[in-house]
Design a protein around this ligand. Structure first.
Ligand SMILES: *[C@@H]1O[C@H](CO)[C@@H](O)[C@H](O)[C@H]1NC(C)=O
Ligand SMILES: *[C@@H]1O[C@H](CO)[C@@H](O)[C@H](O)[C@H]1NC(C)=O
Ligand SMILES: *[C@@H]1O[C@H](CO)[C@@H](O)[C@H](O)[C@H]1NC(C)=O
Length: 279
């Protein structure tokens, strides 16, 4: 059946929300920052202060860039301003300490110019194949080991794109409070899955219901009509946690979507959202 009316072809790209770094009015180094001492205060006192200081968006990881190895065109060094440390740089070094097929790498992170003596920055390091985190308290060069790349795909990805670095905006204190809520989102377990579902329910009022069996259905191309919409919502695995946070800030309920359209000859086209897929 041919569709003659003109149609709009939508390509929806997943919107990664980058919040702007917090503005720090003081540039001089303070011995401490009021936010740093919050945990020392009695809980009843600390909570209201914390609530007045932070908006939920502070707890989102901010993408600061990708650290890569040096190449002929660049030295691979990424530089950025953190929430606690104002001067930061990171670069990646490949090695083969494990003697495995693709070897591993060392991420060098150099942090300096802390705005107070007690603050620290918490980072999430990610490739499409893993998400891990670390925090920095002292001005110096730190290293983070990737013992072994998971395979050719991760190795090739990191070689060309580097390791993505996200800053947890709220700094350690806010993040620690939020980790109870956010950290389980990133674990690839049944607990992680439950946490993602609970987070979406609590913050977005979204509910997920288990489908009745069978979970696999065979459909043929003829069953697909113009305008059929497919949506995938990841609630588990490496990117499940990021997707949950993306949904929350963007107000969407799907992480990945596709729309099926038939042209005037009845030929089927699928417009798919998202990042480029290299596998
Ligand atoms: C790498 O390059 C950046 C700018 O491209 C520069 O600021 C930085 O000092 C360089 N780092 C090294 C270790 O050469
Ligand atoms: C790492 O070392 C092993 C054993 O020597 C070798 O087979 C492999 O090709 C090396 N991998 C890389 C990426 O250099
Ligand atoms: C789907 O098709 C495959 C292959 O024809 C068959 O083995 C399977 O049982 C079918 N599944 C369902 C749910 O009909």
């Amino acid at each position: 059946m041919a569709v003659s009316s003109p149609f709009l072809f939508f390509l929806c790209f997943t919107v990664l929300s980058f919040s702007t770094p917090p503005a720090h009015s003081q540039s001089i180094q303070l011995p401490f920052h009021p936010e740093d001492v919050l945990p020392l205060l009695p809980r009843q006192l600390a909570w209201p202060i914390l609530n007045s200081l932070r908006s939920p968006a502070d707890l989102l990881p901010t993408f600061v860039g990708a650290a890569s190895a040096s190449s002929s065109s660049s030295n691979g060094t990424l530089q950025w301003k953190g929430a606690c440390f104002y001067e930061n740089a990171a670069w990646l070094e490949f090695h083969n300490k494990s003697g495995s097929e693709f070897g591993g790498g060392t991420l060098h992170v150099k942090v300096s110019k802390a705005h107070s003596w007690t603050c620290l920055d918490l980072y999430v390091f990610a490739t499409p194949y893993r998400v891990t985190w670390d925090y920095y308290f002292r001005s110096r060069e730190h290293t983070f080991e990737f013992k072994e790349w998971e395979g050719k795909a991760e190795y090739e990805y990191v070689k060309s794109r580097g390791v993505s670095i996200f800053l947890m905006q709220a700094g350690m204190i806010g993040t620690l409070q939020a980790l109870w809520d956010v950290f389980p989102l990133f674990t690839n377990t049944g607990w992680g899955e439950k946490s993602n579902i609970a987070f979406l329910k609590k913050h977005m009022g979204a509910s997920f219901e288990v489908r009745p069996q069978p979970w696999v259905t065979n459909i043929s191309v003829d069953d697909i009509h113009s305008g059929d919409f497919l949506a995938i919502s990841k609630i588990r695995g490496r990117w499940g946690g990021f997707e949950t946070l993306e949904k929350w800030v963007s107000g969407t309920y799907a992480g990945h979507s596709a729309i099926c359209l038939r042209d005037s000859e009845g030929k089927l086209w699928v417009g798919e959202s998202g990042h480029e897929n290299e596998e």
